[in-house]
Design a protein around this ligand. Sequence first.
Ligand code: SF4
Length: 320
Amino acid sequence: MSLLEVSGLRVTFPGDVCAVDGLSFTLERGKTLGIVGESGSGKSVTSLAIMGLHRDATVSGSIRVDGIQVVGAPQDQVRRLRGRRMAMIFQDPLSSLHPAYTVGEQIAEAYRLHFGASRKAARVRAADMLAQVGIPEPRRRLADYPHQFSGGMRQRVMIAMALACEPELLIADEPTTALDVTVQAQILELIARLQQEIGLAVLMITHDLGVVARIADEVLIMYAGAAAEQGPAIPVFTRAQHPYTRGLLNCLPRLDGDAQSPLIPIQGSPPSLLNPPAGCRFHPRCTERTSELPCATERPAWRIASRGHHAACHLLEANR
Ligand code: SF4
């Protein structure tokens, strides 16, 4: 059984805005899945659905964390899952750190709540977590407030808090976007190291294919609320099957350092989810569609490209 199994997930907001439309994927223990897409692709909506954090949306389909169903589960059951089995870190640490409490109090409190530990044991655990995420003088820094840490250090504090209760699944939503390149690399290395040490499964949500290229085992490319392409990272990066994935790759600086190849942005912008285009949702921006393909009228089916590698594009059928 996979640690995370998402099947036929659909998330609809009032006004009939379908932000996620029939998404399915799995994530194994100890592995990293990168979900990539522009804003409005449904990637963050998906992560909040897994955490059971949607209040005003209708969520259907199935989300199982270690076999436990999240969709339609009572709030107290989902709350128990959060923290103990799954935790989330965000782009902005200040959104999950309380400004009026010291970081020591916040990490210790989460640990005490979940494990019923004594104050002293929780404080020891908090210092240990700060040390694990590479914060110098961890015992002294327990008494500091979030604003006394730099952006990168705050991100580490948030990771320490998320991991204090030993979750099996970490959802990281754009965790490095606001950081400079050096700190970004340090945070990604930290997540990868902790993952190896404690066998954590990581769901990395990002608009940045470069981040995913560095750490993901599997990649899921989302466009306008649906999966465009999915598979093991190497085939997706080296033999991308969907024109949207190829477009994202063309926007990336070449990993082999070839400065001669120009970066080509994808023209246009993602569609409105209130009134998405008929057929393939990417068709108004696609430079590879031809008049022989039914791109404007028929939604492409999910087709296999190679073992474990799938894409939703009429070209896959036409090239067979
Ligand atoms: Fe482009 Fe057609 Fe494939 Fe959509 S189905 S990505 S429009 S070629």
